[in-house]
Design a protein around this ligand. Sequence first.
Ligand code: FDA
Length: 314
Amino acid sequence: MLRSAILAAARNPRIESLVTHAPVSRSVVHRFVGGPDTAAAVAAARALVADGLTVTLDHLGEDTTDRTQADAVAAAYLDLLAALEAAGLTERLGLLTARVEVSLKLSAIGQALPGDGEKIALEHARTVCAEARRVGATVTLDMEDHTTTDSTLEILRQLRVDYPETAAVLQAYLHRTESDCRDLAYAGSRVRLCKGAYREPASVAYQRRAEVDRSYVRCLNVLLQGDGYPMFATHDPTLIAIAEDRARFHGKTAVEFQMLYGIRPDEQRRLARAGHTVRVYVPYGAQWYGYLMRRLAERPANVTFFARALITKG
Ligand code: FDA
């Protein structure tokens, strides 16, 4: 109920205006969002790197509806990569991984535009991958709702011809994902495994939490048995423990844990101290409202946190 109400609020322009203009919002937003612009994103990345963490930065922006907007998002990523280089934050950790990288939503760079949307998204993604390669960073293609999965994996396949370090994201809630993990568990292939964040129908996705968790475990085993570079994106303590245990069992040292900015920060640092590579996903940009509402919907405790801040400071 609460989750549906928050997700409905996420799409309501009047509530958006109310929340984004509330004086308290800035401090609450700071917990989950790196900042409103490139400079703030670079500062957030610098602080995390100083703490022994690695970073992936996501320029917030949704539902790109025209070519100009798609071009602007791609340009924002180029600006960001140049700023990260100037700040001395781009450093390759290995052939495939970098201390700071970017996460890219293909829908934000034109994938859904009518006609040649996929072609536009591929061209923009190529430009971003080339600049990332030049400065010493890498790119991960975020995964969106299931209607885009085939298109996104096809664009990934084409990008990997020239930029094999480009990472995929697979969502454990989809029935197809165990098979996709098998296809992508080859040497040099970076794959982020997450549960999945979109509302999907039962025809394509597991609906019950326990089913999604079991699928996540099957998928993580497939990835760990393969030759690729798995990246486990979850805050779930049980799944993190299973991933640590299974990675040890398979003698796999090259794995990564990933979590969202502001969520379980102590656990992020604990895993890093234990010797794991931990990457923090840092969203930034002026369009933070939809992202913040989805994070609130995931966990009632965050709504209490938000409401308390409104009452005490508003
Ligand atoms: P789940 O939501 O079941 O939470 C398990 C436990 O983790 C909770 O009981 C709590 O202890 C803790 N927790 C979870 N969320 C919390 C919160 N907001 N605040 C505090 N504690 C919390 N999805 C997608 O569809 N496409 C994508 O490309 C990505 N990319 C991505 C990158 C990274 C780095 C992460 C961490 C996640 C994604 N996701 C994503 C989102 C993902 O699919 C999923 O919606 C969220 O990570 C929440 O799922 P959990 O695995 O954390 O488990």
